[in-house]
Design a protein around this ligand. Sequence first.
Ligand SMILES: Nc1ncnc2c1ncn2[C@@H]1O[C@H](COP(=O)(O)OP(=O)(O)O)[C@@H](O)[C@H]1O
Ligand SMILES: [Mg+2]
Length: 245
Amino acid sequence: MIQVQELSKSFHDPKRGTRLAVDHVSFEVREGEVFGLLGPNGAGKTTTLRMLGTLLKPTSGTASLNGFDIVRQPDLVRGQIGFLSGDMGLYGRLTPKETLEYFARLNGMSSERARARISQVFNLLDMTSFAGVRGDKLSTGMKQKTAIARAILHDPPVLILDEPTAGLDLPTARTIEEAVIGAKKSGKCILYSTHIMEEAEYLCDRIGVISDGKLRAIGTMEDLRRETGKQRLREIFLDLLGLAA
Ligand SMILES: Nc1ncnc2c1ncn2[C@@H]1O[C@H](COP(=O)(O)OP(=O)(O)O)[C@@H](O)[C@H]1O
Ligand SMILES: [Mg+2]
């Protein structure tokens, strides 16, 4: 479903010069799979995901989603994905219900379909209790759930979620993780970035460890254990980053 080939992005920085934030990254994600991009701050996770979401043009390399090329067919790619990124603002004056109704209309859903799907998404993310509260009165977790609800509203086959649980309490994070597992079971293809070890271990079928723009290893927990000779993901992670004791 997602195929990434030698994807690279360089940024020019007056102090550091031209640097590769994403350095020839290749991987694939299948239907019914959660692929975790695990890396420290600044590793290149967001840049990778933004290129796949067609928000950023690659410097070189390419990727396809459900057969559509991110460089040549960005509009078709956008129709395939639900994209969640940290910097997506919500309208403070709108309630979650109004926000979703608005996006349903933008997506061309009939009002009947919108009503059914919104209620489904509210149940999935446990949002009914605050569906009618203004955006500017919502907690961080409620806002994040609203952003996720918006990203998955049109029921796309591919979900790209950039650190969806960052900064959230455990019950809220768990609701989101359960929704991701539900999506996976229904055959979605999910690309999920995180820097939280437990979450990657719990949620992901395969993990790609990224640091300094480079994919250091890709595989199941078993593959990564074999490759590094370590047991726990935090040891595996430190080993792959060259920081092992
Ligand atoms: N718009 C930009 N201009 C210049 N450098 C950037 C820009 N976006 C990201 N970077 C740099 O690219 C690297 C990777 O960043 P990012 O993809 O945000 O990492 P992560 O999401 O893994 O924390 C960092 O060194 C960051 O400073
Ligand atoms: Mg990031």
